[in-house]
Design a protein around this ligand. Structure first.
Ligand code: SF4
Ligand code: SF4
Length: 377
């Protein structure tokens, strides 16, 4: 394990899922800005780039080829890519997809290769169709130097999976201080499971999709009292990087300013001090005090809704607005929740959902609040 961790001279990885784009179009990457960001990142001694098949409507891998692979010697950087397991219908699909990724990126091997976004169901599927065997094969033939997976499920599922797959060398987990004790994301429990198996961790979403860069109210004051100059994102990234078993923290950087901020404190990384750790706990406490909806996202209410409202996702967006304000991120989350589904205002107050809710939430009234928050501006 320590060998893999020792490969990382610096703990900040460049996530290539939120690259600068032209005219707001996700599939038109701004190569010039991306090249400048890569140059700055590399000049400061950072090395790790993380792309994936679906990022930027399948344009991220090719942008990495143009802006990184064709401009730097192959041994100067680590490149990670991921198998889009949801596209695999049978064992024979793995090889052509992998070949396409090598071609898109313009490389003949990946330093790190992951089975992408595994959860319990996907793990069972790829165990049956040869996904782990494929990962072992590309490691054996040298086309992947190290194999792992990114993961979105409970610590118990992670534990079972790691016990069955000793070939896995690292895991990529959602870890941030907000979700550290979350029953849904289970950041702490998943991290501790990786520790139990001695598996190094790559952290994704350390700033929770940008959420923790936008603190407001008392939680913002707690961090500003500590250091007027430090960005809110810096605490989130340093929190994740301060964990011993973490070998790398990924940050999806979209602008030169974000890159300059991230690299400024990750170039010569200093773990959080006790005072800073205490402040993070206080931020969590301040956020917990806010009147969010205690929805556990159990989904019991969803199937019976005649208007196809994905109630827990609407509540999650609403909660984000309560804690972090009505901003581009909470609006985006609401937009995602209602795209191809009912809006909060579509509720006809039939009440079917409330009979299924173990938390006895007044779902109909809460949907009115959500509609007021996101639909009347
Ligand atoms: S009360 Fe509203 S949200 Fe609940 S099931 Fe009926 S339409 Fe859906
Ligand atoms: S049943 Fe209640 S707790 Fe479960 S997802 Fe629906 S609103 Fe949330």
């Amino acid at each position: 394990m320590s060998e893999l961790k020792d490969l990382m001279k610096k703990k900040l990885g460049f996530g290539c899922m939120r690259l600068p784009v032209l005219d707001g179009e996700q599939d038109r990457i701004d190569d010039q800005t991306f090249c400048e960001m890569i140059d700055s990142y590399m000049e400061q001694g950072f090395q790790y780039f993380d792309t994936a098949y679906p990022y930027h409507k399948e344009q991220s891998e090719e942008a990495v080829r143009r802006c990184l692979v064709e401009r730097y010697d192959r041994d100067r950087f680590f490149l990670a890519d991921k198998m889009p397991v949801w596209l695999v219908k049978s064992e024979t699909d793995y090889e052509p997809i992998f070949q396409r990724q090598l071609e898109r990126c313009g490389v003949d091997y990946f330093d790190f290769y992951l089975l992408h976004a595994l959860d319990k169901d996907r793990i069972l599927t790829i165990e049956a169709n040869g996904g782990f065997e494929f990962a072992k094969k590309i490691k054996a033939d040298g086309r992947a130097k190290h194999i792992g997976f990114s993961f979105h499920d409970s610590a118990d599922v992670l534990d079972e999976t790691l016990s069955r797959h000793p070939e896995i060398e690292f895991v990529q987990l959602q870890i941030n201080y907000y979700d550290w004790e979350s029953d849904i994301v289970q950041s702490r429990k998943c991290y501790e499971t990786a520790v139990k198996y001695g598996i190094p961790v790559i952290v994704m979403e350390p700033v929770k999709g940008g959420t923790l860069a936008n603190l407001i109210g008392r939680s913002a004051e707690v961090l500003k009292e500590l250091d007027e100059q430090a960005s809110f994102a810096s605490y989130a990234i340093r929190f994740a990087a301060s964990l011993d078993q973490v070998m790398l923290v990924l940050s999806g950087m979209s602008t030169k300013e974000q890159l300059a901020d991230n690299t400024s404190y990750m170039k010569d990384f200093v773990p959080l001090s006790d005072k800073e750790k205490h402040a993070i706990v206080r931020v969590r406490e301040e956020l917990d005090k806010l009147p969010t909806i205690p929805c556990t996202s159990c989904q019991y209410c969803v199937d019976g809704c005649p208007k196809k409202i994905v109630i827990p996702d609407v509540f999650s967006a609403y909660n984000m607005s309560v804690q972090f304000g009505v901003n581009a991120i909470s609006r985006g989350k609401y937009h995602d929740a209602v795209t191809d589904h009912g809006k909060a205002s579509d509720c006809i107050r039939c009440g079917k959902c409330e009979g299924h809710c173990p938390q006895h939430l007044p779902i109909r009234d809460l949907l009115v609040d959500a509609a007021r928050t996101f639909e009347q501006l």
